[in-house]
Design a protein around this ligand. Structure first.
Ligand SMILES: *Cc1c(COP(=O)(O)O)cnc(C)c1O
Length: 389
């Protein structure tokens, strides 16, 4: 989720100097990418190769190493400039005709809807299942407007795994292409992990705020070679192996420098993942039995870079209460994607579940090397504030 990092820090002025205790502002996120010295050997390779973009040697290596991470063949992964462009081009590669509806959950980040608009589609917001915070495949199959829908964009909320086999069944039964916005699901998708790639293309973000960040970047996962060829062409001016634009493409390629950061990040991933896992477990233990339920699946066998909990009442009051004790908090998806002014006129179903979740969901501070003391302090203060104390 692209964030203005200048807004991460809670202003210290929000704390009460009269108490004699100035809580240091605890930011809601504190991304940490590979250090310069870890990237340097890869940068020196780029210097030696004199190859800076367009499917360079580091780019190829990152593609095959990431493919191995996800249990796929190298040609089943395409690296892109970011996930949002990849989603838009995936919708185009699936043949969703401009002007048709793109069904998506209202409970998502704005990039999902932005990508649909970029592909010339009309976002149509559907409600989510309260148990998963994601679209319900049964509810989608039962819709009476399926003939108006050109594509279904399902979202893995905050990196929680989805049953992609079930979504392949939806696509087969309805004849509508399914595309998976798994922006935060880098880890859930790992080989042997809880979210196996099926037929539907899957898009992952490598943005700095995700669990595996390289700054800006994305990856597309698909086992369908004909589809993947269209996607690769759309990312590269329509070219593939020649300078003939077979499709009207754009430029969504990842640069060689971004691939260098990706290789360094992948070298460090086992330790990075341990860090996310330790913080996840510590929070899960500290919040067990507390009146602050976390987002579905949090603490299970996958990690992600955010923790959202449901505040007992209005989340904005929770954010303000936490700010008073120096704790940064963020309503990651605000009032829901549909509530953004850009989508005020977009068609939608009744959205009672999304509205209830959006009203209460608060992102608590979460980063991979935060200390146990910080987690305990945050949970203590959050529980006190949530109980109105
Ligand atoms: C982060 C995120 C995106 C955008 O990814 P970028 O790589 O920043 O373009 C899209 N969808 C969801 C659900 C996200 O969390």
């Amino acid at each position: 989720m692209p964030l203005d990092t200048t807004r991460f820090s809670t202003p210290v002025a929000a704390c009460t100097p009269a108490s004699g205790f100035l809580a240091p502002g605890i930011p809601v996120a504190r991304p940490r990418l590979p250090a310069a010295e870890a990237i340097l050997p890869y940068l020196q390779e780029i210097d030696a190769n004199r190859w800076y973009a367009n499917h360079g040697l580091l780019w190829l290596r990152l593609q095959s190493r990431l493919a191995a991470h996800w249990g796929l063949a190298a040609e089943e992964v395409a690296l892109t400039a970011n996930a949002t462009l990849a989603l838009a081009l995936a919708l185009r590669a699936s043949g969703a005709a401009p002007g048709r509806k793109c069904l998506m959950p209202a409970w998502t980040f704005v990039a999902t809807a932005g990508a649909a608009r970029e592909a010339g589609l009309v976002p149509h917001f559907a409600d989510v299942d309260p148990a998963s915070w994601a679209l319900d495949p049964e509810a989608v199959e039962a819709r009476t407007d399926l003939d108006e829908i050109g594509a279904i964009l399902v979202v893995a909320p905050f990196g929680r795994p989805l049953d992609l086999v079930r979504w392949d069944v939806v696509s087969a039964r309805t004849g509508i292409p399914v595309i998976v916005d798994a922006a935060a699901a880098f880890d859930a998708l790992r080989a042997g992990g809880p979210m196996a790639v099926g037929r539907a293309p899957v898009i992952v973000s490598l943005h700095a705020t995700k669990s595996f960040g390289i700054g800006e970047g994305g990856a597309v996962l698909s086992r369908d070679s004909a589809w993947m060829e269209r996607l690769r062409r759309l990312c590269n001016f329509g070219f593939l192996g020649s300078r003939q634009a077979v499709l009207a493409g754009t430029n969504a390629k990842m640069s060689e420098y971004a691939a260098a950061i990706g290789l360094a990040a992948l070298d460090a991933w086992p330790g990075t993942r341990e860090g996310w896992l330790a913080v996840t477990r510590h929070y899960a233990a500290a919040l067990a039995g507390a009146p602050l339920p976390s987002s579905p699946g949090f603490g299970e066998d996958w990690v992600s870079a955010t923790l959202s909990v449901l505040w007992p009442d209005d989340a904005s009051e929770g954010v303000a209460a936490l700010a008073r004790v120096g704790i940064g908090a963020l309503r990651w998806w605000g009032d829901g994607c549909h509530s953004n002014p850009a989508y005020a006129g977009s068609p939608r179903d009744p959205l009672p579940v999304t509205e209830r979740i959006a009203r209460c969901a608060i992102g608590l501070p979460f980063w991979r090397d935060m200390t146990a003391t910080q987690v305990d302090y945050i949970c203590g203060e959050a529980l006190r504030a949530a109980r109105g104390g």
